[in-house]
Design a protein around this ligand. Structure first.
Ligand SMILES: [Zn+2]
Length: 443
């Protein structure tokens, strides 16, 4: 296939040829079409690298009533996400080789490429896990007594050692449950669903609890010369702590979610329990400070923590509703809308959703529109925002915390040169994804 006249993130207008091997064969001006080659005229539109969402929960095995690899990956493709990295808190959790293999069998349904993270619990088996194409340890819950995969500092140190020995990063969920404010959950929490006072959840899981745990995770990583990736930093203080550690020589990177960038306690009152997630939404002041850090380049990665639950599950009371929101399909659209409005550069968007996550997680063929890379590509009219409506999204639970905001959605998404999503008309592609762990091994 030859894509002609596309504008890249840096503003250059180029033709892009995709080889039969699914990789980008050339990025140049004036490439002529070969006989029989499919030509896609892209003048006036942008061609961006597919996003690498390094933090999703696609729920299989064990939670297929919330999401499946099929529905989750369709949602990813429609949002321009061409690689997802699934976290291990499924049922059973991905903490040994057998659990890894059974998840990999389900993930074969995926429309987009995928990585599977290994998890850490007192029962984990690093030997059998690392026999699999495992390229990172994933959402390791440090000192999170409210999560069923929460671990203590000793086990966290073991996880860092095992990962460091194989030169793979550890993604950590850092919240110190001993610093939560239990009193915030006393009293009248406003009933269920959208009537509930989700603000109490934010008051309960304090910003201090995040910052303290992030600092501990960074210190432990520095002690062991390990690579640590801090998931969903929701406070500017935590982003700064990671940046300081990195400046001091620790191999530390940080990730921020779209919900912490676009929603806040003040903005999300009407969401009720649909706005409950961990870490929780912060004040509008903190949200603005977080966004400012993204704009100036202090945030390494934007990833979604796509954590779907059914509408029925989210309608429970504040204490009983599960934490998490869907987001894989609205990641690129929200950031591209910010770029359209001049709040971020397109190059910054490209870096935080594609180039940086691919580099941090060693996915050498992902994350760039360049010769030799996989042709994981997104074609988009960056001047064409649309209202975000749950009814138009593909994730199984069919709701979004971003309802009514605007997003710039892809017209077409390709994975290794194959069209996996076309807004008009839909392709009806079945499964196409491959494990990216294999790419890591081969390269
Ligand atoms: Zn998560």
């Amino acid at each position: 296939m030859l894509i002609t006249g596309a504008t890249l993130a840096d503003g250059r207008v180029r033709d892009v040829r995709i080889g039969d091997d699914g990789r980008i064969a050339a990025v140049s001006e004036g490439l002529g079409a070969d006989a029989g080659e499919r030509v896609l005229e892209a003048r006036g539109r942008h061609l961006l690298p597919g996003a690498v969402d390094v933090h999703v929960h696609f729920r299989e095995p064990g939670g297929s009533h919330k999401e499946t690899w099929t529905s989750g990956s369709e949602s990813a493709a429609a949002g321009g996400v061409t690689t997802v990295v699934d976290q291990p808190n499924t049922s059973p959790p991905t903490v040994d080789g057998a659990a890894f293999s059974s998840k990999a069998a389900l993930a074969a349904d995926s429309l987009v490429d995928y990585g599977i993270n290994g998890g850490v619990t007192p029962d984990w088996d690093p030997e059998s896990l690392f026999e699999r194409p495992l390229f990172a340890l994933g959402e390791v819950f440090l000192a999170d007594s409210t999560g069923d995969m929460g671990i203590d500092a000793d086990l966290f140190a073991d996880a860092l050692d095992e990962a460091s020995a194989r030169d793979v990063p550890v993604t950590v969920h850092a919240e110190d449950a001993t610093l939560f404010d239990e009193s915030a959950l006393d009293g009248d929490l406003g009933g269920v669903g959208t009537a509930a006072t989700v603000d109490a959840w934010s008051a309960y899981r304090t910003a201090d609890a995040e910052v303290a745990a992030v600092e501990r995770a960074l210190a432990a990583a520095a002690d062991r010369d390990a690579r640590v990736h801090v998931a969903h930093t929701s406070t500017p203080e935590a982003v700064d702590a990671v940046a300081d550690a990195a400046e001091g020589g620790t191999a530390a990177t940080c990730e921020v979610t779209p919900h912490h960038l676009y929603l806040s306690r003040e903005r999300a009152r009407s969401l009720g329990t649909f706005g409950r997630m961990n870490p929780p939404l912060r004040s509008e002041e903190r949200r603005e400070a977080l966004f400012a850090r993204l704009a100036k380049g202090a945030v390494d990665v934007v990833a979604t923590d796509h954590a779907p639950h059914t509408v029925g599950e989210k309608r429970a009371g504040l204490v009983d509703a599960p934490s998490g929101v869907p987001g894989v399909e609205t990641l690129y659209p929200l950031l591209l809308e910010s770029a359209r409005k001049g709040e971020l550069s397109l190059e910054r968007v490209r870096d935080v959703v594609a180039a940086n996550p691919a580099e941090i997680f060693g996915l050498d063929r992902k994350g760039g529109v360049a010769e030799g890379r996989d042709a994981d590509l997104v074609l988009v009219d960056t001047a064409d925002p649309r209202e975000i409506e749950a009814a138009a999204l593909h994730s199984a639970p069919a709701w979004t915390p971003f309802e009514g905001l605007r997003g710039v959605f892809p017209e077409m998404t390709l994975v290794r040169g194959e069209v996996v999503y076309e807004r008009d008309p839909a392709t009806g592609a079945a499964s196409f994804g491959e494990p990216v762990g294999r790419n890591v091994r081969e390269s």
